[in-house]
Design a protein around this ligand. Structure first.
Ligand code: VG1
Ligand code: CO
Length: 545
């Protein structure tokens, strides 16, 4: 067997630095000879080798997913892994991979995905490493991986034919067992434990209509099994259900821009009761009711306020966590419930410790990620099923649930403006300028608003004490409105500036206002503080969500 194992020399590649969620680059960058190999060996080395270990492997089905999976399998075998658990067809949604790692007691997993970024030979590819808790590697681990990529000189790989990943069951690659599993079954079983499937089934049986847009990405098979097969939603409820290597040419990003068809349907005369969409790797969700779009920040708050309707959460929540740029709507619910609310930097990896320590049950991000302690990733279909469970239990339409929520807690009007592919120096200049201004901002007036506080968010992990600095510029105004500026860590071209805008309207205010109008003074203040136009050369954002 050993004669089939080769040690191959390589140079280190520049820039193999994991960002907000793994290493993300243009697909052609990943397709360079030895690129995937050097990064994979760096992961293996950084975690102390994989000899005797079990890893989970799968991806969102994008272009190059299958090729990268075969290389990683041959490398795992050459590095002495005991077992590789692979989703059939090399497919696994991110939450399903997280579940498999936990359920099977694996030592970690590699997920092949660039999530909401487009796929194809000229688009994006990505690789993420998750640890034994099923969650994204902590910053300490991603830093160690990056350090290794800078010094790596060789990798180990086995000569072998491609493993047939289309067939369930076990095969051997040298001494390594490659176990091909149904990507959906375990995950669907977990969902059945958390939610009142009988109540949801009976709601569908009474004619409740929904549309789920899988955006030609990995969630299609999961949504079909759960919604149509197990819950009895009408056939055809799930659209764009077959994962395609280029996601049908779109961005698999569930927001009003990239899922505009779904939004149009829900705002039109023939809208069903409920609609949802998910992203490339199935960890995000968009929620819509008839005539209403629910912002992800509001969705987290509503789920927190109503979670006990679901059997899996009937005992109540330990606490909730949200990423810093996410609106403070969830904090208001936590205060009312008398539970802890945590504010973490952007990226799911920061929730892991809080979940492991049992301090929080629900987590969420403004970018349409919501999840709970059932896995260690955000989970798009989970959020959809929790919504369905709540709709079934309350027997009210989505808009009534929102109106009721705002009447209790007030409404946090919210929007995010993205300026994409901005030249990196210009985006850095904007942020550096803001950093330099922070101490002088309090007391200054920008349009109608006066700054109360301003800082660059830094986070001390309450569980392990690790510190993450420079996580976004926060400007809080005296009327409790807020603007946050940060640069994306998932893009592959130049820099993406994200401007997060929010304004709280108390329980008795007018909640029916158009969000753009409600946010007018905050948008103007953001421009005045940061001189966005001058720095980016753009007079409006590329994407508004
Ligand atoms: C974005 C989102 C962040 C999310 C991350 C990964 O990061 O803002 O909330 O956790 O994507 O999500 P950034 O650095 O571009 O703002 V996914 O679904 O791409 O794994
Ligand atoms: Co994703």
């Amino acid at each position: 067997m050993t004669d089939r194992i080769h040690t191959v020399p390589t140079e280190p590649f520049d820039g193999q630095k994991p960002g907000t969620s793994g290493l993300r680059k243009k697909t052609r960058v990943f397709m360079q000879p030895r690129y995937v190999e050097a990064f994979t060996q760096s992961i293996f080395d950084a975690i102390g080798g994989v000899a005797g270990k079990t890893l989970v492997l799968g991806g969102d089905g994008r272009y190059f997913n299958d090729r990268a999976a075969q290389v990683i399998l041959r490398m795992a075998a050459a590095n002495g892994a005991a077992r590789m658990i692979v989703g059939q067809g090399a497919l696994l949604s991110t939450p399903a991979a997280s579940n498999l790692i936990r359920r099977r007691g694996a030592d970690g997993g590699i997920i092949l995905s660039a999530s909401h970024n487009p796929g194809g030979e000229d688009e994006d590819f990505g690789m993420k490493f998750n640890g034994p808790n099923g969650g994204p590697a902590s910053e300490t681990v991603t830093d160690a991986i990056f350090e290794r990529t800078r010094t790596i000189r060789e990798y180990r790989i086995m000569d072998a034919q491609d493993v047939d990943l289309s067939r369930l069951g076990e095969v051997r690659l040298g001494d390594t067992v490659v176990e091909v599993v149904d990507p959906v079954a375990d995950y669907a079983d977990l969902m059945a434990q958390l939610f009142d499937f009988a109540a949801i089934r009976s709601m569908f049986a009474r004619g409740f209509a929904m549309r789920f847009d899988a955006m030609h990405a990995v969630t299609g098979p999961y949504a079909r099994e759960l919604l149509e097969n197990r819950l009895g939603a009408a056939p055809g409820t799930v659209v764009n259900a077959t994962p395609l290597p280029d996601f049908g040419g779109g961005h698999p990003d569930p927001n009003p821009v990239w899922a505009s068809d779904l939004v149009d349907l829900m705002m039109g005369p023939n809208a069903p009761d409920f609609a949802a969409a998910s992203d490339g790797d199935g960890d995000r969700n968009m929620i819509l009711g008839r005539g209403i779009y629910v912002t992800p920040s509001d969705s987290l708050a509503v789920l927190a306020a109503n979670a006990t309707h679901a059997p899996g959460y009937a005992r109540g929540l330990a606490g909730v966590a949200r990423s810093m740029p996410t609106s403070r709507a969830a904090d208001r619910v936590a205060a009312a419930l008398g539970i802890e609310a945590y504010e973490t930097p952007t990226g799911w990896k920061f929730f892991g410790n809080l979940l492991d320590a049992g301090r929080v049950t629900l987590c969420g991000e403004e970018s349409a990620g919501t999840g709970s302690d059932h896995v260690r990733e955000k989970d798009g279909l989970w959020a959809v099923l929790l919504w369905l469970n709540i709709l079934a239990a309350r027997d009210q339409p989505v808009d009534a649930i929102m109106t009721d929520h705002w009447a209790r807690f007030g409404r946090d009007f919210y929007s995010r403006h993205d300026y994409e592919a901005v030249p990196t120096e210009r985006a850095n200049a904007l942020i550096d300028r803001l950093r330099g201004m922070l101490e002088f901002l309090p007391g200054q007036k920008f349009g109608e608003l006066t700054v109360a506080q301003a800082d660059d968010f830094s986070y001390v992990d309450p569980v392990d004490g690790s510190v993450s600095q420079r996580q976004g510029i926060r400007v809080l105004f005296t009327d409790d409105s807020r603007v946050v500026f940060r640069l994306s860590g998932t893009g592959t071209e130049g820099a993406t500036l994200r401007v997060y805008l929010e304004r709280h309207a108390g329980p008795h205010a007018d909640h029916a206002q158009d969000p753009d109008q409600a946010l007018g003074p905050v948008i103007a203040a953001a421009e005045a503080v940061a001189q966005i136009r001058e720095h980016t050369g753009r007079d409006r954002p590329d994407v508004t969500t």
